[in-house]
Write a new protein. Sequence first.
Length: 382
Amino acid sequence: MTDSVLLTADTVATGSELLRPGWIEVRGPEILGVGAGAPPSHGRVRELGNVVVTPGFVDTHVHGGGGGSFTSAAEVGPVADFHARHGTTTLLASLVSAPPDELLRQTAALAELVADGVIAGIHLEGPWLSTHRCGAHDPAALRDPESGELDRLLAAGAGAIRMVTLAPERPGALSAVARIVAEGAVAAVGHTEATYEQTRAAIDVGATVGTHLFNAMAPVHHREPGPVIALLEDPRVTVELIADRVHLHPSLYRQVAGLVGINRVSLVTDAMAAAGMPDGDYRLGSLPVRVDAGVARVAGTETIAGSTATMDRVFANAVADGGPGGDAELLAAVRAACVNPARALGLSPRGLVAGAGADLVVLDTDLVVSAVMRDGRWLPVD
């Protein structure tokens, strides 16, 4: 049996509390114990020093990174490794809208990689989205949810589809939500022009996630509050926020976190292939994308096309933008980047607790990643 190692750090953020100082005992892929103060006297000790140790980040909305995209099965492993170097030890592969045969092929290919443990699941972002709020989805690929296509996709996913984003105002959407939930996946509301009442109807039949809240949604109006208010006010819903300071003003992260509480916010990157890459020309699905000054837009337009962010960046932004930047903000960001997205998607619980997987991130005093452990193994970092 592999010997255990005791990691000590000035701050250990377990996901529910901050331990100063703290220790984590790891053996192989499992955490054996976590505590405050001096570590137990047994086992090898590795002193990490003046750092913050958090659970591994969980990104449930990401399309690519490091120059690669999840639409190509050959690029999935390198994309997952790229994000792991930035602290994301668990991620879903998000697919944009595509023609039926192409989406079916992509889903089947990714399902095999889920079975192999390369990624944690598949997120279908579309094709059942609003043409008025399509964002960086090809309008020609958008359509109403049809039971036959949905059944074929779920069958091809073989249990690997963990979330489906759709617009509840499309004909057949409420039936699709019920079918998705019955299959054990999560239904999410996004890319939508839905009214408040239509969004409430989707929640009442099982939708429990708001996909990148505010972005690609009908805005709040004082006589038609729309999807944003419906998603915010329902305690059953977890709301995604892209805290990259491009998709959202920092004050919105702070206000939403304060309004719904630290347990209902899920930080996501919505990263595409250009994450971690120089400015230039890329693609998101079938659409050409131009990246200038780190901002991705559909070529020739002002439409934002995903992000170039990684989870370490949105995590640090969340700590800074959540308030004064003290313990409360750090703890909230840990929950939003690690604990909440896993819970919202029905993944195994994440956190630095006995019995959990040995996935953790070591951050320096500026919240820059200095080391990452996945399944008990240290990974190279950028």
